[in-house]
Design a protein around this ligand. Structure first.
Ligand code: BTN
Length: 241
């Protein structure tokens, strides 16, 4: 049950690192770490993730899926759908997903997801899914380099939100989707993801492939059709350790 074991901290370097320590002490699936102030938050591709004390959400969720390693990126895509569903339900503002893991409102990033795995040679034993959401921090308080690209729930709606209420929504939408995933596999999630995808039908240049995005493949890679008609599969690079 997601959100049954919640560890809440006033300040932490990173909720990801703290949850990794808890995993090593035997924390069960569904354990969540939250902090009011994250001092060295990690983003994808070795980027830093900006905090915003007492304003935003920094959370990490533990799953123990026992999946083959090559389909582990599906967990990030699943969480992106769960976050988009929850934020849309809470705010009434529509949410899109930018592959693989950015949740957008009005074409600006409102949330990001970073999945880190603990794996045996070919299986994922545990995955720590980290979610950062800009909630009550207005855009003009963001660091200058992200100000034009990022947004927050308060900037989108003019209202402040209870961070706990948002966290609860995410836990319940994640739980619903994760149960479906365990029973039916990735296909239902893939369809939900595609319905929210900002990039489908658009021209992209990603990891050396230029073409038009046609959708997600069954294993969670992005399908990009090049000009010569060849369809490429592009994999996310946020899984690993
Ligand atoms: C990205 O878009 O690059 C992913 C950002 C992920 C940030 C979250 S905040 C909670 C968790 N702890 C971290 O150190 N990072 C993730």
């Amino acid at each position: 049950v997601f959100g049954q074991f919640v560890h809440l901290y006033e300040a932490l370097p990173s909720t990801q690192t703290r949850l990794l320590e808890l995993v090593q002490q035997g924390a069960p699936e569904g354990t969540i770490v939250l902090t009011n102030e994250q001092t060295s938050g990690r983003g994808r591709l070795q980027r830093a993730w900006h905090g915003g004390k007492n304003k935003n959400i920094a959370m990490s969720v533990l799953v123990k899926p026992n999946l083959p390693l090559h389909i582990a990126p599906q967990l990030t895509l699943l969480m992106a759908v769960a976050v988009a569903d929850a934020l849309e339900a809470v705010t009434d503002v529509s949410c899109q997903i930018k592959w693989p893991n950015d949740v957008h409102m009005s074409t600006k990033k409102v949330a990001g997801i970073l999945t880190e795995t603990i794996s045996e040679p070919d299986r994922v034993i545990a995955a720590i899914i980290g979610i950062g959401i800009n909630v009550n921090e207005p855009e003009d308080a963001f660091p200058e380099d992200i100000r034009n690209k990022a947004t927050s729930l308060v900037s989108q709606t003019g209202k402040e939100f209870s961070r706990m209420a948002v966290v609860q929504h995410i836990c319940s939408s994640f739980e619903r989707l994760y149960s479906a995933y365990r029973v039916e596999g990735f296909d239902p999630i893939r369809l939900l993801w595609e319905a929210r995808a900002e990039t489908i039908g658009k021209r992209v240049s990603v990891q050396g492939v230029d073409g038009v995005v046609t959708g997600l493949s069954t294993n969670g890679s992005l399908k990009v059709k090049a000009e010569n008609g060849i369809e490429h599969q592009v994999y996310t690079t946020d899984i690993g350790h």
